[in-house]
Design a protein around this ligand. Structure first.
Ligand SMILES: [Zn+2]
Length: 339
């Protein structure tokens, strides 16, 4: 079934001045501005904040209280009240987008900052794990009995795994975190082949949460595996199969660290274009760029423009240095779920 527009849950209240090298807390502003300018078929909806009870579904009550009170460090490594104020809205956007997806098939929460947040830990620009809060909320309210977290960010979703372990969650929530298995441009074909297998499992789930990370791009200082056309193919695969199999899907932005931020915005815009192409059909804006024949070639294993990893690890040295250590630390522990 086709839709007239993609529901997107956004309010300026989910923005924050994070005082961090990561652009994530203000990125949604630039992304939604670009989507508006492009005239993409979007139905804009506002966002109610997640409640303390919602956040406590996936986190300890003490952690939630101290983060919101600004007495514990958030995922940006500070206690800024502005970040604390914004956090219930970022997770709130996911919660409301999930509700919309369960009703009409697909929805977007243009937010980031979830998969590295653990049960009582904030790190790597993530404070509350909106993925786990959302998955647990739909399970507890019996709107779903199984949720797939399809984490296509560059980085292993360690916090999601840790919350699952802490709460003893097994098959009700599956964390397919591709950052655990792929981290190099030489793996581009395997990545897309693995994704093709993963999406075949969609019919087993009542809801899919898709982290469409932009840091998976080969030019990202903290990435990457796929080039621009391959990222479009990633998104096209996910949206086409979700729509075709009738499985409700929510997607969010996740990471992206290229400078200037317009490069990151372009990747997120391509994701929205692929979403609209799959669910709405023809798009009037003429902003689509990737020829279908080229994307089909990518899907069949042909490589386009892959570059050696060393070549694209240049960029913001401070950000790279600071975060690579954190990412390495986060690689210890669980292994994600194979599907
Ligand atoms: Zn990432």
């Amino acid at each position: 079934m086709r839709m007239n527009a993609i529901p997107v849950f956004y309010t300026d209240k989910l923005l924050a001045d994070s005082g961090s090298l990561s652009p994530s807390a203000n990125k949604p502003k630039y992304v939604v501005e670009a989507w508006r300018r492009a005239g993409l078929p979007i139905e804009w909806r506002t966002v109610s904040p997640a409640t303390v009870e919602d956040l406590c579904l996936a986190h300890s009550r003490e952690f939630v209280s101290s983060i919101l009170a600004g007495t514990a460090r958030n995922g940006f490594g500070n206690c800024r009240p502005d970040v604390a104020r914004s956090l219930p809205f970022t997770t709130g956007a996911m919660l409301e987008a999930a509700g919309a997806a369960l009703e009409c098939g697909v929805a977007c929460a243009p937010v980031s900052g979830f998969p590295h947040a653990g049960y009582s830990t904030a790190e790597m620009f993530c404070t509350f794990n909106g993925l786990m809060v959302t998955a647990l909320k739909v399970l507890r309210t019996k709107r779903a009995s199984s949720v797939l977290i399809l984490d296509l960010d560059q980085h292993y979703g360690n916090g999601t795994d840790e919350i699952k372990r802490t709460l003893g969650i097994n098959k009700e929530i599956i964390n397919a975190t591709f950052g655990r298995w792929f981290d190099n441009p030489s793996q581009d074909s395997q990545y897309l082949a693995r994704l093709q297998l993963a999406v075949k499992q969609f019919p087993k789930f009542d809801l899919v949460l898709d982290q469409a990370g932009a840091d998976l791009h080969i030019d990202d200082p903290l990435g990457g595996v796929l080039d621009s056309d391959q990222l479009r193919e990633r998104d096209s695969i996910v949206f086409e199969v979700a729509r075709g199999s009738g499985v409700p899907l929510v997607w969010n932005l996740a990471g992206g660290y290229q400078d200037p931020i317009s490069k990151v915005v372009r990747i997120h815009t391509a994701t929205m274009e692929e979403c609209a192409r799959a669910y709405v059909g023809s798009i009037k804006t003429g902003t689509l760029s990737a020829p279908r024949s080229k994307m089909a070639a990518v899907a069949s294993g042909t490589k386009f423009g892959g570059r050696p990893r060393d070549d694209h690890q240049r960029g913001d040295d401070n950000l790279t240095t600071r975060s690579s250590g954190l990412v390495a630390a986060a690689m210890k522990g669980g292994a994600g779920d194979r599907i």
